[in-house]
Design a protein around this ligand. Structure first.
Ligand SMILES: NC(=O)c1ccc[n+]([C@@H]2O[C@H](COP(=O)([O-])OP(=O)(O)OC[C@H]3O[C@@H](n4cnc5c(N)ncnc54)[C@H](OP(=O)(O)O)[C@@H]3O)[C@@H](O)[C@H]2O)c1
Length: 345
């Protein structure tokens, strides 16, 4: 099968399209023929080793000290089950599914084996493969919300509301009943509003930490709102969820809990199939829709990485492995988005 392989850390040109052995499913595994996958900020970080402050060495220990241990990136996929192991009873050949392989990655390929008990879920019929592939990573955001042990109500501010995590967080926080403020740049104000945000702050014109507003929950997906900067914008007993934070911010967490009623929450997210099912159900009911910024073909994956590297994507970047005509394959404008979202809310 074809796969995108990298054998050393570096810029997008370390990625190579190669022929590798097609996997065969074990007894409790399904083999998925991938129709769509994504390039996420996690792929960018694993490829380039661009890590938040203090995590460089830890990342090498996890990913491979001198070279990547796992040579195929990609943690999200959508596709069709092509074959199943002899002990599989939850899925059958032909099922349309989406899946999240998490830290094991390996989705930038034509095929991927997943354990039937892993994060594999039937694809909602109303989602395309492209959209379904872009669902999973946001599961992590929901998990972080859950982990906060704070019901996601009241006033929630999402810093980086136009990114992959942010666009999902805005929709989910609205679904949970919160009054949502999204923070983004001028170009993305309309997008964030179309996702259902009650208020949008353009960070090029206003600093949310200085406008006097206070929030029950602040979610930082950018790394520009550590507790030292945003703590004053939290209510008593408020929660700061660091989707992205440096090691010093993490080490600071116990001190914040000991000296105030506020709490900083951070850490890696677990893959939970029940969360994927929850998202699939929301999508089926038209209450959640992944935002797709651009689509690229499998062969254009280095271009897709270059775009993700900018840190300015809007929602998700999808890699499609299906045969499409040229106009469909070409990058799509995000401004198809608002039409979709007015159907959602
Ligand atoms: N902990 C976890 O479980 C977890 C899970 C997934 C991802 N992550 C991490 O979370 C981070 C975000 O991921 P992502 O996929 O959402 O990234 P992304 O799609 O690249 O989005 C980044 C967003 O940040 C916005 N931004 C840039 N500067 C900003 C500023 N000063 N203030 C507010 N917004 C700003 C950009 O919007 P504008 O163009 O409008 O500036 C962009 O839309 C990544 O670094 C990733 O490593 C963590």
């Amino acid at each position: 099968m074809k796969a995108i392989v990298y054998t050393k850390y570096g810029p997008p040109d370390v990625l190579q399209l190669k022929e590798v052995e097609k996997p065969a499913p074990g007894g409790k595994e399904v083999l998925i023929r991938i129709h769509a996958t994504t390039v996420t900020s996690a792929d960018w970080r694993a490829r380039s080793l661009a890590m938040p402050v203090g995590f460089g060495f830890i990342a090498r220990l996890v990913l491979g000290v001198l070279r990547p241990r796992q040579s195929i990136l990609g943690s999200e996929l959508a596709g069709v089950i092509e074959s199943v192991g002899e002990d599989v009873n939850k899925f059958k050949v032909g099922d349309q599914v989406f899946a999240f392989s998490g830290a094991r990655m390996g989705c930038h390929a034509e095929y991927k084996c997943m354990p039937e008990d892993g994060a594999v879920v039937l694809k909602p019929a109303n989602l395309t493969y492209d959209e379904a592939a872009a669902i999973s990573l946001v599961e992590q955001q929901r998990w972080i919300f859950q982990k906060s042990k704070t019901s996601v109500r009241g006033k929630v501010l999402i810093n980086g509301a136009s990114g992959g995590v942010g666009t999902a967080a805005v929709q989910l926080a609205r679904h949970f009943g919160a009054n949502v403020t999204g923070v983004c740049s001028t170009a993305n104000v309309e997008l964030v509003r179309s996702l259902g945000a009650n208020h949008v702050i353009d960070y090029t014109k206003e600093d949310f930490t200085e406008n006097g507003e206070i929030y029950d929950i602040i979610v930082d997906t950018v790394g520009t709102a550590p507790f030292s900067r945003s703590g004053g914008s939290l209510k008593e007993r408020g929660r700061l969820l660091l989707v992205l934070g440096g090691l010093p911010d993490i080490l600071w967490m116990p001190w914040v809990s000991m000296t105030s009623s506020k709490k900083v929450i951070a850490g890696p997210a677990a893959e939970r199939v029940e969360d994927l099912r929850f998202l699939a159900k929301l999508a089926e009911e038209g209450k959640f829709k992944p935002v797709i910024d651009r689509r690229y073909s499998f062969e254009q994956i280095a271009e897709a990485h270059s775009y993700v590297d900018t840190g300015r994507k809007k929602g998700n970047v999808v890699i499609t492995l299906e045969r499409r005509n040229k106009t469909e394959t070409h990058a799509m404008s995000i401004f198809q988005g608002p039409n979709i979202f007015t159907q959602v809310f």
